[in-house]
Design a protein around this ligand. Sequence first.
Ligand code: URA
Length: 236
Amino acid sequence: MKQRVQKLIALAGLASRREAEKWIEQGRVTVNGRIVQLGEQADPDRDHVAVDGRPLRLEETPVYVLLNKPAGYVTTLRDPRGRPVVTELLRDVPARLFPVGRLDLTTEGLLLLTNDGKLAWRLTHPRHEVTKTYLVRVRGRLTREAQRTLETGVMLEDGITAPARVAGVRGSDSHTWLELTIHEGRNRQVRRMCEAVGYPVSRLKRIRLAFLELGTLAPGQYRHLTREEVARLKRL
Ligand code: URA
């Protein structure tokens, strides 16, 4: 997909967009060997973009994106059943990104995507115990006893869960909202934990991953992580 050349330079981490615009004006940037003018576009998959004769290597540039995944999207790269996949929401990012961990089809919220396999592996490895906080809506009024079981450990078919943190409990007779923080990453873990204590989940949204917050990103929107955030993730 075509992008403005200054954007490609910025995504390759060489300069800010503004700085890249100056380079274009100075005639330092070529696409397929031809000096480009400001406003021209190039396709990172097909065109050869170079600054001062040195090629941009977009594939090698690590990219880190925080997406607010809408419900109804799958977090695999391709879906044999033809359902929408999250990477469709990142069409204007000129890098092949993959999701860090999974969210169920109907789960919303914070999803990190990157082409940095090493960091993705570290963040999803159980040993690293990266915390994940979910805003959960369950049917019915959560009892103290059920809350305590979530907090101490729930027996699931694949073993007892590690203690979870429950906060922000509020609701009515018909439903309860709570914030559940876990650091394991088992399949459908939050849904299975709540169901096991008698509370089927009716809505699930991830709002925090380690120190990263979903914030005010609208569903389907994304932002690039800042350099500081990436550095901090690597230190976890
Ligand atoms: N736990 C779940 O049950 N589903 C998710 O999508 C994420 C965590």
